[in-house]
Design a protein around this ligand. Sequence first.
Ligand code: GLP
Length: 258
Amino acid sequence: MEVIILPAAPDVGTGAAGIISRLVAGKPGAVLGLATGASVKRVYAELVLAHQNQALDFSRVTTFNLDEYAGLSPSHPASCHAFMEEHFLSRVNVDRRRVHLPPTEGDDLAGLCEQYERAIRAVGGIDLQLLGIGREGHLGFNEPTSSLASRTRIKTLTSATREANRGGFGDDEVPLHVVTMGIGTILEARHCLLVADGPAKADAVARMVEGPLTAMVPASALQLHPHATVIVDEAAAAGLSLRDYYREVQGNKPHWQR
Ligand code: GLP
């Protein structure tokens, strides 16, 4: 795992957006796995700026989102659909025919989840999967004890996640069920790029990077990934025992590795 520690949250957004921009500029038909949440908002803001100021072209990009609340209308302000519309899709020149969000309704939701997996495979897999991390170490909505081999499926949220995600729901209940790519799905992306900032994420980041590989911390599965990049600010890096080492690695990268 490559760990990049930057001074503050805005730097994390800029750093992650830079990686995605370089990918899209070099591979205009890239397949992006996208995420929602406060941590990734700045990443999208920077990508929108790159589109506006440097003409970064998303017209041939294909996107697959990580997760969504089951049964929630796409127009609900707290849905992942609405988040993506507000922060990214409506602001860049993405082709809607190539935008995919997980299925959340239908008599055969399990079958639709399998179809989602097939759609990812049909375009040759995900080039880069953007990720945030939950306070308990979840990826997407893969809560603790999720199978590390799991695929896109229906999950039940923990009360801690429902509480953390309450914002935007107002008087409405936070749904109990969600559809999320599995850990196995995420691990098949060719590059996993995780961003985290703030002290509330320090424990989860430390357990993901330096703790044992365990389904109790689903993000620790990234230890198995051949190309995982973790970009954190100082506050989210506070629990990492080897943080000086990670800084040294970044400060002394040979030119062929940059
Ligand atoms: C949600 C999302 C995750 C996200 C996590 C952290 O539960 N399903 O994909 O990584 O929250 O969100 P935030 O960045 O808002 O802290």
